[in-house]
Design a protein around this ligand. Structure first.
Ligand code: GLY
Length: 357
């Protein structure tokens, strides 16, 4: 078993990584919630059919009364109506402040269940059991929980740390190749911003088979980096911004594809390649880096370039909104393994993007 501790004052929690861990859900949750009687398990329609029996069996054996709340799979479930349905459902179930909520699934389930846990009864204990690579290396750690509004993604949310994160790498075996690659974009990002040795390790393992053989090490390394960043800047006012490497331009590509053509990971991969090119243009990034990142992403089946209109770039850098402040912070690399935030006027970034596209 690999264990990492997110040591936030008064809200410390462990991330446990082990193949087959799902079978120990009951005893692991009991260890952090000794007084809980009821657990609301939020999951989606895909994940429920795979794991509800095993998780129910384990939770029941540990003395919990659990009820499953199954939401439709997909980003559309992160909405205020679905959130209100969960709140009412938790109350129908008789959830009290000593009980808990479990998020069993990918990033959508984690964000929605986490926000429901943060807000019901002014906050009940919350456990993350991420089942996708993207959720395991990113969204399940660090406490960002949210739903989407008509005005945009993740606009209503909170920083609400889980009590425990349980990662069973076996759950990745059922992912489609494209979903696995989607998570790999964030994995590559950690190499780019923090750990050159890890970047080389990934570059040397371009196939899913090779990556899967070392998956526990990969999950541990990513979560260790995220843990360190979150411990220094939980509320995202400084260092945590480096986790946005590739995301500002990635957001433009997601917009350009109306959030259906490109997955988050695909958009982030192309966004990292574009940010590296911008960094070269700005004299921050050495010229060999865009090629190294695009080779690594390309070998994983991720796009390295996405066409995007200037309107979508403008929207992604916030130039379509009144009052979006003068400057934007773009995350650049001065070498593989080290990120540098670079503040610049939004209009200058847009002008640069026009030259590059
Ligand atoms: N996904 C970026 C963050 O947690 O800050």
């Amino acid at each position: 078993m690999k264990t990492l501790t997110v040591a936030l004052p008064g809200r410390e929690y462990d991330i446990l990584i082990q193949r087959g861990l799902l079978a120990q859900t009951g005893e692991r949750v009991r260890a952090v919630l000794p007084r809980a009687r009821r657990l609301a398990v939020v999951t989606d329609s895909n994940v429920a059919s795979l794991y509800s029996e095993a998780v129910t069996g384990s939770l029941t054996a540990a003395g919990f009364d659990c009820r499953f709340f199954i939401v439709p799979a997909g980003e559309e479930s992160k909405n205020p109506r679905q959130l209100a349905e969960l709140w009412e459902g938790f109350m129908d179930f008789g959830l009290t402040r000593t009980d808990g909520v479990i998020a069993l699934g990918g990033g959508v389930v984690g964000d929605l269940a986490g926000f429901a846990a943060a807000t019901i009864l002014r906050g009940v204990a919350f456990v993350q059991i991420p089942t996708t690579l993207l959720a395991q290396v990113d969204s399940s750690v660090g406490g960002k929980v949210a739903i989407d509004l008509k005005h945009g993604k993740n606009l209503a949310g909170a920083f609400y740390q889980p009590r425990l994160v349980l990662m069973d790498p076996d759950t990745l075996d059922t992912l489609r190749d494209s979903t696995f690659a989607d998570g790999m974009a964030e994995v590559v990002k950690y190499g780019c911003i923090w750990d050159a040795g890890f970047f080389d390790f990934l570059t040397a393992r371009p196939s899913r088979e090779e990556l899967t053989a070392d998956i526990e090490h990969i999950l541990y390394t990513c979560c260790d980096i995220k843990r360190q960043v979150v411990m220094e800047d939980e509320l995202d006012t400084g260092l945590r911004m480096i986790l946005n490497f590739g995301h500002t331009l990635g957001h433009a590509y997601e917009l350009a594809g109306h959030y259906t053509r490109w997955t988050h990971g695909q958009a982030v991969a192309a966004g990292m390649c574009a940010a590296a090119k911008l960094g070269v243009r700005l004299g921050v990034t050495p010229p060999d880096i865009p090629g190294r990142i695009s080779d690594t992403c390309g070998a994983l089946g991720l796009p390295t370039q996405i066409t995007c209109s200037m309107e979508d770039y403008a929207a992604a850098v916030g130039l379509d909104k009144k009052g979006a402040g003068e400057d934007i912070t773009l995350i650049l690399l001065d070498k593989i393994g080290h990120a540098v935030p670079r503040k610049m006027p939004r209009r200058d970034l847009l002008a640069l993007l026009e030259v590059l596209s």
